[in-house]
Design a protein around this ligand. Structure first.
Ligand code: GLC
Length: 450
C-alpha cells in the first residue's frame, strides 16, 4: 500500500470527529420505500428507470443538507454516489443512468462537495461496487462477458470520483459481492470462484485511489486494504484495536434510503445512546438519513437531528476528541459494559460522564481511580460539591433533583491523573476498607454494577 503520511496521521481528524452523517439518496427516493426497492420489488429496468426522471432535487438541497449536518454536530458527511441500482449521482462518462442525464440534469456530487466544503465539513463518498443492472451479476455463466466490463466500469467511475471533485476525505465502499452469489440457487450455477478482492481487483483499485488521493481514508468493504472497520447497525469495537465506525439507521426496518412511512423509528435518546456507546469505546458513529426526493430531510428524521444537535451544542466536548483511555479496556480491546449510570469519555485527566440513568441529587463515583479533583455540570456554572467516601468512592452532591437535560445530562469530572477502572475487588469493601491495586488497572475492565 503506498500512501503519504503514517496511518495514524491520516486517521487523526477521523478519530477526533467521532460523529458523521450518512446520506442514502438516489432516484429510488422518489418511490419512498428504501434504497433497495428495485430488487425488493423485482422491478425490471424498464419499469425502474423512468422514475429517474421524476427525481427533481431542489437547487439548494446540498446547502440545506450541509446546514443540517453542521447543526446536528456532525463533522463529516458520506453520500451515496452510487448505490446497488447503479444510478450515479455524478456525471459519469460510462453510462447515462446518472443525475446529469436524467431528472436532476446536474452533477449532484459536485453540488454536494461544494456545499460541504463551504460549511467546513469533511467529505465522504459511498460507492457500491455491485451494480445490479449487469446481467452478469445474476448469471455470470451466461453473461460471462459482463464480468470484466463491470470491473472496468468501477475502475473508471472511481477514477472520475477521485479526480473531479478536489480532495475526498473518505471512500466508503459497499457491495463487494461476487457475481452469482446474490442469486445463488436461482440460476443453477456457482458464484464466481474467486475472493472478492481478487474479483474486484481491489488492491489495484485502492492503489490508484491512494495515488490520486494520498490522504483519503478507505473503509473495509472492498476486500482490499482498509483504514477502518464498519460494524453495521451495531456497536462493536475492533478486536485488533483498529479504527472503526458504526453505521446505523434511524428506523428499525431497516431502510437506509427515504421511507415515506417509517413506523418504527428510534427516539433521540436511543440514537444518542448508540452514538455515545460507539464513542466511549473509541469508535465513530455514522448516523444515516434518507432525504426525500427533493433533497430535504423528512420531519420525522429532522426532529431527531434537531434534538441531537441541541444536545451536541451543549455537550459536544464529551464527544469530539475523546478516547476510552483506560476506562473500557478489555485485554487491549475497547470493550466492556457501560458504567453504572451512563458512559464515560475522556481527554487526559478530564472525563465526561453522560447519564442515561439519572440518580437524582447525588452521584457516587465508584470503581474508578484516581481521586476526583472537581466536577461540574455541563451547561451550568459552578463546581459541584465533592465528598470523599470509603472504598475509594467520591460522592458528587448538588445535582438537580430531576434530569437537567431532557436527553442525557453530562458532568465534567477532573481526576488527579487519567482515569482508570478499579475492578479488582476483595472482601474488604464489605467493611468499607477497600484499597485499590493500581498496578493491574490498565488490563482490567469496568465490571457491571453490583
Ligand atoms: C446494508 C444495506 C445497504 C446499505 C448499507 C449501508 O448493507 O443493504 O443498502 O447501503 O447497509 O451500510
Amino acid at each position: 500500500m503506498s500512501h503519504n503520511g503514517s496511518d495514524a496521521t491520516r486517521l487523526e481528524w477521523f478519530g477526533k470527529a467521532r460523529f458523521g452523517l450518512f446520506v442514502h439518496w438516489g432516484m429510488y427516493s422518489v418511490l419512498g420505500r428504501g434504497e433497495q426497492v428495485m430488487i425488493r420489488d423485482l422491478m425490471p429496468r424498464a419499469e425502474y428507470d423512468p422514475h429517474a426522471d421524476r427525481f427533481r432535487p431542489r437547487a439548494d438541497w446540498a446547502e440545506r443538507l450541509a446546514e443540517r449536518a453542521v447543526h446536528t454536530g456532525a463533522k463529516y458527511v458520506v453520500l451515496t454516489t452510487r448505490h446497488h441500482d447503479g444510478y450515479c449521482l455524478f456525471d459519469t462518462e460510462t453510462h447515462d443512468f446518472n443525475a446529469a442525464h436524467t431528472g436532476p440534469g446536474r452533477d449532484l456530487v459536485a453540488e454536494f462537495v461544494d456545499a460541504m466544503r463551504r460549511a467546513g465539513l469533511r467529505v465522504g463518498f459511498y460507492y457500491s461496487l455491485l451494480n445490479w443492472r449487469w446481467p452478469g451479476v445474476w448469471d455470470p455463466v451466461k453473461h460471462a462477458g459482463d464480468l470484466p466490463r463491470m470491473v472496468e466500469e468501477v475502475r473508471s467511475q472511481i477514477r472520475e470520483l477521485m479526480t473531479r471533485y478536489g480532495s475526498v476525505d473518505i471512500l466508503w465502499y459497499d457491495g463487494a459481492a461476487l457475481p452469482g452469489s446474490a442469486a445463488h440457487g436461482m440460476w443453477g450455477g456457482h458464484p464466481i470462484d474467486r475472493g472478492r478482492a481478487a474479483f474486484w481487483r481491489s488492491e489495484e483499485l485502492n492503489a490508484m485511489v491512494r495515488e490520486l488521493q494520498p490522504n483519503i481514508l478507505i473503509n473495509n468493504r472492498s476486500g482490499g486494504g482498509a483504514d477502518f472497520g464498519t460494524p453495521e447497525q451495531r456497536v462493536t469495537g475492533d478486536p485488533a484495536g483498529k479504527a472503526w465506525e458504526t453505521c446505523m439507521t434511524v428506523n428499525y426496518a431497516p431502510g437506509w434510503g427515504f421511507i415515506r412511512y417509517s413506523l418504527a423509528n428510534k427516539t433521540p435518546g436511543e440514537v444518542l445512546f448508540n452514538l455515545m456507546d460507539a464513542v466511549r469505546l473509541g469508535g465513530n458513529f455514522l448516523l444515516n438519513v434518507g432525504p426525500r426526493p427533493d433533497g430535504l430531510i423528512d420531519p420525522r428524521e429532522g426532529r431527531i437531528l434537531e434534538e441531537l444537535g441541541r444536545w451536541m451544542a451543549k455537550h459536544g466536548e464529551a464527544v469530539y476528541g475523546t478516547k476510552p483511555e483506560r476506562l473500557y479496556p478489555l485485554r487491549g480491546r475497547a470493550q466492556g459494559p457501560m458504567y453504572h449510570y451512563g458512559m464515560w469519555t475522556c481527554k487526559g485527566t478530564t472525563a465526561y460522564f453522560t447519564f442515561f440513568y439519572y440518580p437524582g441529587t447525588e452521584l457516587v463515583i465508584s470503581k474508578i481511580g484516581p481521586g476526583v479533583r472537581s466536577a461540574r455540570l455541563l451547561g451550568s456554572e459552578g463546581d459541584l460539591e465533592l465528598v470523599p467516601m470509603s472504598n475509594c468512592r467520591t460522592l458528587i452532591r448538588g445535582l438537580p433533583e430531576t434530569p437537567p437535560d431532557p436527553l442525557a445530562p453530562v458532568i465534567q469530572v477532573e481526576f488527579e491523573a487519567p482515569p482508570y477502572a478499579l475492578t479488582e475487588l476483595d472482601a474488604n469493601w464489605l467493611d468499607g476498607t477497600f484499597e485499590p491495586r493500581v498496578s493491574g488497572a490498565a488490563d482490567t475492565e469496568v465490571s457491571r454494577s453490583v
